[in-house]
Design a protein around this ligand. Structure first.
Ligand code: IPD
Ligand code: CA
Ligand code: CA
Length: 276
């Protein structure tokens, strides 16, 4: 039996079960969520659905793997310092689950059908399993380290655009407006005339899954957190793409200024982002 199996349930089976249960519950709350609070600003929302989804996922994981560690967005105070501290606190964990219970909360609140549940498992700091589930489309993206990435059971491959001018790229509008948003906007302005087009659909995890599936050539953003990126990062890598910090550092859990591409346009896009 491989070390991916504990008792009778594989890590992947538990992650898929968590994502589908949470997704079903989230969908039952579309248009019917109750409490809406602002975190850092009106651009950063949290509902009782975010909290409930995280609670559900956490208890299912802990039931199966009581010795594992857990890092979920809703257990961390807003802001980059608290995020860095939370990651530091679990640095020595053997197995660490990293969860964004609803990635795309603004979309969820507005009924815009583009949000996901993101669940990753890291072993000594290296992501070995990533699941991103879009409950609206009932589309599940999954990757296991060294075993490829799949959507709806079909193997995924990144796209093959060789240059920026052929590329469809995506970004976000960072909720942190002091430094992240202005930098991201400068990059957007610089890139818009150089690429085929730009999308900003409101879920970092799904943008990464779409890079993995070859639907986007690249995704970049200034300032997302570990829980926005961990699962999607493995999807991109296992689909043949490249992901890391915009400064060229390969992906690790602490990366925030993310650049994920099909590989072919990586150096070109990285060089352009650095000019902004
Ligand atoms: C946000 C989304 C958004 C991205 C932000 C994230 P949330 O996550 O992924 O697309 O631009 O940086 O914070 O708050 O909806 O979980
Ligand atoms: Ca998120
Ligand atoms: Ca979230």
């Amino acid at each position: 039996m491989s070390d991916h199996v504990v008792g009778s349930k594989s890590f992947a089976a538990v992650a898929i079960n968590c994502a589908s249960k949470a997704g079903e519950w989230i969908m039952s709350k579309v248009g019917a969520h109750e409490v809406l609070r602002e975190k850092m600003s009106p651009h950063d929302l949290v509902t009782e659905v975010d909290k409930g989804s995280e609670k559900l996922i956490r208890s299912l994981i802990m039931m199966n793997f009581p010795n594992h560690s857990f890092l979920g967005e809703e257990g961390v105070e807003p802001g980059p310092e608290a995020s860095a501290k939370a990651l530091e606190d679990v640095r020595d964990a053997e197995y660490l689950w990293i969860v964004d219970p609803v990635d795309g909360t603004t979309n969820f609140v507005h009924g815009f059908p583009y949000f996901a549940v993101s669940i990753a498992l890291a072993h000594h700091g290296e992501v070995i399993l990533g699941v991103v589930y879009d409950p609206w489309k009932d589309e599940l993206f999954i990757a296991e380290k060294g075993k490829g990435a799949y959507v709806r059971g079909r193997r995924m491959n990144v796209s093959s655009e060789p240059t920026l001018r052929d590329s469809l790229v995506a970004t976000g509008f960072p909720p942190e407006h002091a430094t992240a948003l202005p930098r991201n906007l400068a990059q957007l302005q610089l890139l818009a005339p150089k690429v085929r087009s730009i999308r900003s659909s409101g879920s970092a995890a799904l943008h990464l899954a779409y890079v993995a599936a070859g639907r986007l050539s690249a995704y970049w953003e200034v300032g997302p957190n570990s829980w926005d990126l961990a699962a999607g990062a493995l999807l991109v890598q296992e689909s043949g793409g490249r992901i890391g910090d915009q400064d060229g550092t390969p992906y690790h859990l602490g990366v925030r200024n993310v650049l994920a591409t099909n590989g072919y346009i990586h150096d070109e896009l990285q060089a352009e982002l650095a000019k902004a």
